[in-house]
Design a protein around this ligand. Structure first.
Ligand code: MOS
Length: 739
C-alpha cells in the first residue's frame, strides 16, 4: 500500500512518540470545533448519492434468493420456469458461499460453480435478474429449489456442552496467568455469576446494495461498504479477476456497524450477473436478507468469577465465554478483549469457547468484544462492589492499574478514574440510594455506573492533499464516511494545517481510485485516515514554506494567506500554475507494541422501573469520555450518543431469536428486532476530557466510534438493580424478567 503513485509522499511509521502536532500550532482555529457536517446539506437535500441511487443507463434489477432450509444439499433449481416469466432476463446460481470468510477481511473463497450445501437458513443461493425490481422480486419468490435435508445443529442450549476452544486470532482463544483457581478459592470476597446476551444484528438503516458495471473487462461497483480498499481486493478474488480490475465507489453509506466491513452476497451476485448479461445489474438486499445473510453478533454466555481482598483489590479475574459460529470459522466474538486490560489482578483466566451451529455467520458488529463483554465484566463489578459493601466507583478506582496487567507495558494514555470522578460529579452520583429505596409513584428509581473502554488501533492509510492554483484544496482517500463524520474531520485537519476556511476544502472519499485507506472499522478510521491527511498537508505546507523562502516552523498559514519573513502572500500566488499536491501515509509501528492503547470513559444511567408492569424506562444517561484529541466536538458527541443508544438496545430491547429447529431468524426485520427508538432514549449527556495521545498518531486522537457503546449497557443494567434489588443476568432485561 505504501508508495501510491508518483506523488510526493510523506510517510510515517509510528515507531516513536509524535509529541509535536501541527494541530496544536495551527492558527486557523477550526480543529475540534463543533462544525456542522460538510456533507450535511447534500444529505438533507437528497443529493448525496447512496449505492442504490446511481442512475445507470440500461440497468437490470437483481433480487437475491434465500435458502429455506437450515442445512441441506441443493439437488436442483428449476430456473427455466422462472425464466419464462415475462420481464425476467436470467437466473444465476453460479456462485458459492463466498460470504463465508469474507466478512472479516480474511480469505475469500475462490468462485465455484453453484451453491451446493446450505449451511444456514436464509443463505443466498441465486439471483434473479429482470427488467424491473417488481418482476425480479416476484420471480425470485417463485423459484423452486429441490433440497436434500441434512442433519444440522440449530439449538444453542442443547449443544453448548460441545463448545470448543476458540482459535487464537485478534486475541488469544484461551489465556491463563498466575494461578487463577487457587487465587479465586482463597479470595476473601467472591462473585461467581453468569451473564448472557442474545444474537444481535447491526441494523444499519441502509440495506446492502450494489450496482455492478463492467467496461472493457474492468468492474466498477457502486456499493455500500466500510472498507472499499480491502473490499475491492476481496471482490476481485471472489470473481477471479485481477485486483486492478475492480473499483469500488462507496461515497455515502447509511450506517454499517460492522455489517459492511466485508463484502456481502449482493456485490458478488450483481458483479457475476452483470458480467454474464453484458449489462449493468443492481442488487439490493431485502431487509430480511440483511438479517439472514450478512452477519450477526454472536450470542454470548459469560461466566464471571471475581475474587477480591476485603479492600476491593481483585486477586482473581475470570471471564469465560461461550459464543457461537458456523463450523470452520476462525472469527469469534472477542468477549474478553477489554477484560485483558481494563482492571488489574495477577491471576487471570480469560477464555473463549465456541459452539458450532448452523446459524447465520457471526462476525464483527458495533464494538465486537467490549459491547457485550463489558456486560459481564461491569455487571460483575457491580455485584462485587455490593458483596464487599463498597461504592462501585471506589472499587473501580482501586483496580485501575498503572500498567497493562498482562503485557506489563504502560498505557499510552488512560483516564478511567478521572472519567468516573467527573461523571459522578456531573451526574449527582452522591444521590444514589440503596437498592429498592427510591420510589416515585409507581416507579422505582435507580442509578448505575460502568466503565467504558475500547482498544485503539492505527491502520495503514493514505490520503492525498492538493492545493489548487486558486488557493482551494482537495482531499481524497479511499476512506469512508459511514455517517460518522469523516468528511468533516478530514476537511478540518487539512484546513487547520493549510490555513484555509473549511469551505475551501473539497472532499473525495469512498473511491478506490483514490489513495488506499483502511476505511471505517474498529474505531480506527478517523485517527488513521486523519493522520494520512495530516501528513499530506504537512508536506504541502513544507513546500509552501520553501516557496516563501522560510523554514516551515517560521511559516504561519491563515485564511488563505502565507505569513512569514515579514511578508503576507496569498496561497494562490505561492502554489504556481500546477498547484501543489502530496500523499500522506501512516502505518502502525513499535508504539502499538510498546504501549497499550485504548480509549476510556464512564457511563452513568438512571432508570425507572414500573412496580406494576415491570417496564424499564431509561430516564437519563451521562457519559464522560477520554479519547485523545476530539477532532470535531459535534460529530464526536454524535458518535457517543449513537453508542449509548445502542447500549440501551443491548440492555433492554435487542434480541435476535433463532428457531431452535432450523436456526431461522424469526424476527429478521426492524419491526420485530427492536433497536431503541426516540421514545426509548432520554436526554443523553456527553462530556469529553481534554486528552492527547502522542503515542497513537500525529493527530493525537484515539478511537471514538465504538467507545460510546462499550459499557453503556451494563450501566443501565446496574441501574435496574439499584432501582429494584433484582439482578437480571439475561439480556435484554425485558419486563417479564423483572416480575
Ligand atoms: Mo466495526 S464492528 O469494526 O464496523
Amino acid at each position: 500500500m505504501f508508495g501510491f503513485g508518483k506523488d510526493d509522499t510523506n510517510a510515517l511509521t509510528m515507531n516513536q512518540p509524535h509529541p509535536d502536532s501541527l494541530l496544536d500550532t495551527g492558527v486557523q482555529g477550526v480543529i475540534s470545533k463543533p462544525l456542522d457536517r460538510v456533507d450535511g446539506p447534500k444529505k438533507v437535500t437528497g443529493t448525496a448519492t447512496y449505492a442504490a441511487e446511481y442512475a445507470i443507463e440500461n440497468v437490470a434489477h437483481g433480487v437475491l434468493v434465500s435458502a429455506t432450509k437450515g442445512h441441506a444439499k441443493i439437488k436442483a433449481i428449476d430456473a427455466d420456469a422462472v425464466k419464462a416469466i415475462p420481464g425476467v432476463i436470467d437466473v444465476i446460481t453460479d456462485y458459492d458461499t463466498f460470504i463465508r470468510n469474507s466478512q472479516q477481511g480474511g480469505e475469500t473463497s475462490a468462485p465455484t460453480q453453484g451453491v451446493r450445501t446450505i449451511d444456514y437458513f436464509g443463505e443466498i443461493i441465486a439471483i434473479v435478474v429482470a427488467e424491473s425490481f417488481e418482476v425480479a422480486r416476484d420471480a425470485a419468490k417463485q423459484l423452486k429449489v429441490d433440497y436434500e435435508p441434512l442433519d444440522g445443529t440449530f439449538d444453542y442450549e442443547a449443544n453448548k456442552g460441545e463448545a470448543e476452544p476458540a482459535p487464537d486470532g485478534l486475541i488469544k482463544g484461551h489465556y491463563d496467568q498466575g494461578d487463577f483457581d487457587k487465587a479465586f478459592e482463597n479470595a476473601p470476597v467472591k462473585v461467581d455469576v453468569t451473564y448472557t446476551t442474545p444474537s444481535q444484528n447491526s441494523a444499519a438503516m441502509e440495506p446492502h446494495a450494489s450496482i455492478a458495471v463492467w467496461e472493457d473487462g474492468a468492474l466498477t461497483l457502486y456499493g455500500a461498504y466500510q472498507m472499499p480498499t480491502s473490499d475491492a481486493q476481496q471482490l476481485a478474488k471472489a470473481l477471479g479477476v485481477a485486483q486492478s480490475k475492480v473499483r469500488i465507489i462507496s461515497r455515502y453509506i447509511g450506517g454499517g456497524f460492522g455489517s459492511k466491513l466485508g463484502i456481502a452476497p449482493e456485490s458478488v451476485a450483481a458483479a457475476i450477473a452483470a458480467k454474464q448479461l453484458g449489462r449493468p445489474v443492481k442488487a439490493v438486499m431485502l431487509r430480511q436478507q440483511v438479517f439472514d445473510a450478512t452477519v450477526r453478533r454472536s450470542n454470548t454466555e459469560q461466566r464471571m468469577r471475581l475474587g477480591a481482598e476485603a479492600g476491593g483489590r481483585i486477586v482473581a479475574l475470570g471471564h469465560e465465554s461461550i459464543t457461537s459460529n458456523l463450523p470452520d470459522e476462525d472469527f469469534f466474538e472477542p468477549v474478553g478483549i477489554g477484560t485483558h486490560f481494563l482492571y488489574g489482578g495477577e491471576n487471570r483466566r480469560i477464555n473463549h469457547d465456541v459452539v458450532r451451529l448452523n446459524w447465520t455467520l457471526s462476525g464483527s458488529m458495533r464494538a465486537p468484544g467490549e459491547a457485550v463483554g463489558m456486560v459481564g465484566m461491569e455487571c460483575a463489578m457491580d455485584e462485587l462492589a455490593e458483596a464487599i459493601g463498597m461504592d462501585p466507583i471506589a472499587l473501580r478506582k482501586v483496580n485501575d492499574p498503572q500498567q497493562d496487567p498482562e503485557l506489563k507495558v504502560p498505557y499510552s494514555s488512560r483516564n478511567l478514574t478521572r472519567s468516573l470522578e467527573e461523571g459522578a460529579k456531573h451526574f449527582g452520583w452522591d444521590q444514589r440510594q440503596a437498592p429498592g429505596q427510591r420510589r416515585e409513584g409507581d416507579w422505582l428509581i435507580g442509578m448505575g455506573v460502568a466503565a467504558a473502554c475500547r482498544s485503539n488501533q492505527l491502520q495503514q492509510s493514505a490520503a492525498k492533499v492538493e492545493l489548487h492554483p486558486d488557493g482551494s484544496a482537495t482531499v481524497s482517500s479511499a476512506m469512508t464516511d459511514i455517517g460518522t463524520g469523516s468528511y468533516t474531520i478530514m476537511a478540518q485537519i487539512a484546513a487547520e494545517i493549510l490555513g484555509l476556511p473549511v469551505e475551501k476544502v473539497t472532499m473525495s472519499l469512498g473511491d478506490t481510485n483514490d489513495p488506499p485507506a483502511a476505511g471505517s472499522g474498529g474505531s480506527w478510521g478517523a485517527a488513521s485516515a486523519g493522520s494520512a491527511v495530516y501528513l499530506a498537508a504537512e508536506r504541502v505546507r513544507e513546500r509552501l514554506a520553501k516557496a516563501m523562502g522560510v523554514k516551515p516552523e517560521d511559516l504561519t498559514l491563515k485564511d488563505g494567506m502565507a505569513i512569514g519573513d515579514n511578508r503576507s502572500v496569498p496561497l494562490a500566488e505561492l502554489v504556481g500554475k500546477d498547484g501543489l499536491s502530496a500523499i500522506g501515509e501512516i502505518k502502525p509501528g513499535q508504539q502499538e507494541k510498546q504501549f497499550n492503547q485504548a480509549s476510556y470513559g464512564a457511563h452513568f444511567a438512571e432508570v425507572g422501573v414500573n412496580v406494576v408492569t415491570g417496564e424499564v424506562r431509561v430516564r437519563r444517561m451521562l457519559g464522560v469520555f477520554a479519547a485523545g484529541r476530539v477532532l470535531n466536538a459535534k460529530t464526536a458527541r454524535s458518535q457517543c450518543l449513537g453508542g449509548m443508544t445502542f447500549g440501551i438496545g443491548t440492555a433492554l430491547t435487542e434480541d435476535l431469536i433463532h428457531d431452535p429447529r432450523t436456526g431461522k431468524l424469526v424476527n429478521h426485520d426492524l419491526a420485530e428486532y427492536h433497536v431503541p427508538v426516540n421514545a426509548d432514549v432520554p436526554q443523553l449527556e456527553v462530556h469529553f476530557l481534554d486528552e492527547r495521545d502522542i503515542h497513537a498518531n500525529p493527530i493525537h486522537a484515539k478511537g471514538i466510534g465504538e467507545l460510546g457503546i462499550s459499557g453503556a449497557a451494563p450501566a443501565v443494567v446496574n441501574a435496574i438493580y439499584n432501582a429494584t434489588g433484582v439482578r437480571v443476568r439475561e439480556m435484554p432485561v425485558t419486563l417479564d424478567k423483572l416480575l
